[in-house]
Design a protein around this ligand. Structure first.
Ligand code: NDP
Length: 293
């Protein structure tokens, strides 16, 4: 048996096309152009690649994209002043501060300064709290993408056993809340969990968000399980470009799972597409329009 490969690239393209169609509609019907401001501090090469991709995809969806590039030694006060300006700017409906920030800046203070209504990364405690309370909220993009990918295989997750390996604020914790909202039964695992293999063996849905290359082995999985690999790990290759691998040993897992996301071409593709969804949602909410379908 070989698992069905979940095509994140195709699913993300479909989602971006749906967002672009909605953007045309809100422009025509409400003279509203959703706008996303992305703040990049310093010149971390991986962050630069992500920011460029966000900029291109935001424009391709017909939205306004505002890029703010600041030097690595920007002061906390100057960065907070920029965020305050963006909070007030009526053309900006979403604000994303690219993480990680340089160590000289206090990430929590910066994230907490973003207006929760424009917090398209879903990291402000206001949104995290609403999500945990089962209320409508702007939710982090990567977990939203994981749910969409899972639903491409299982339209209803009700009653399914899920395991989320990783409990970060960015991925693991919000993913757990989204799965609960879908009525899945969720196990949360982390670095102190005992016998991960045994925990995984119970799961119909396995989410790996750890940051450890190929940690989840094929023989941990229940046959037929759906595996969503969030990990992006760069492995050095002698004399060549680094290779991207996930947190799941793909070649083993593909022989046991029922469906699996590849790395690259899986979850990573969904994150920016869901950022566009959140920006459109934020713009509609700020203007008192119903949430787009
Ligand atoms: P963090 O480092 O913030 O969190 C990692 C989590 O994994 C922690 O909760 C940690 O547990 C847990 N963990 C670490 N080691 C083990 C272990 N041996 N067994 C079980 N759990 C363990 O990472 P992120 O959540 O930010 O990211 C996770 C992965 O997802 C990374 O590879 C990252 O690159 C990728 N990523 C991909 C995105 C995409 O768009 N595809 C977006 C964001 C992240 P503890 O809490 O106990 O320390």
């Amino acid at each position: 048996m070989t698992a069905r490969i979940i095509d994140g690239k195709a699913i993300a393209a479909e989602l971006r096309a749906r967002v672009a169609a909605e953007v045309i509609r809100v422009k025509q019907d409400h003279a509203l152009t959703p706008g996303l401001a992305v703040v990049l501090v310093g010149n971390d090469p991986a962050s630069e690649v992500y920011v460029r991709s966000k900029h291109t995809q935001t424009q391709a969806a017909g939205m306004a994209s505002f890029e703010h590039k600041l030097p690595a030694d920007v002061s906390q006060a100057d960065l907070l002043a920029l965020i305050a300006r963006l909070n007030r700017d009526p053309l900006v409906h979403g604000i994303l501060v690219q993480l990680p920030l340089p160590k000289s800046l206090h990430t929590e203070t910066i994230i907490h300064a973003i207006d929760p209504a424009k917090d398209v990364d879903g990291l402000h405690p206001h949104n995290a709290g609403r999500l945990a309370g089962g209320l409508a909220a702007l939710s982090p993009c990567t977990p939203l993408g994981c749910i969409i990918l899972t639903k491409s295989v299982h339209p209803s997750l009700e009653g399914m056993n899920a395991i989320v390996i990783g409990r970060s604020n960015l991925v693991g914790r919000p993913l757990v809340q989204l799965l609960l909202n879908e009525n899945a039964t969720v196990t949360i695992a982390h670095s102190r969990s005992r016998d991960l293999a045994k925990l995984c063996a119970q799961a119909d849905l396995v989410y790996a968000a750890v940051g450890k290359p190929e940690m989840v082995r094929g023989d941990w999985l229940k046959p037929g399980a759906t595996v969503i690999d969030v990990g992006i790990n760069r492995i050095p290759v002698e004399g060549g470009k680094p290779k991207l691998v996930g947190d799941v040993a793909f070649q083993e897992a593909v022989k046991v799972a029922g469906a699996i996301t590849p790395v690259p071409g899986g979850v990573g593709q969904m994150t920016v597409a869901c950022l566009l969804v959140n920006t459109l949602r934020a713009a509609c909410a700020i203007h008192g329009l119903p949430a787009p379908a």
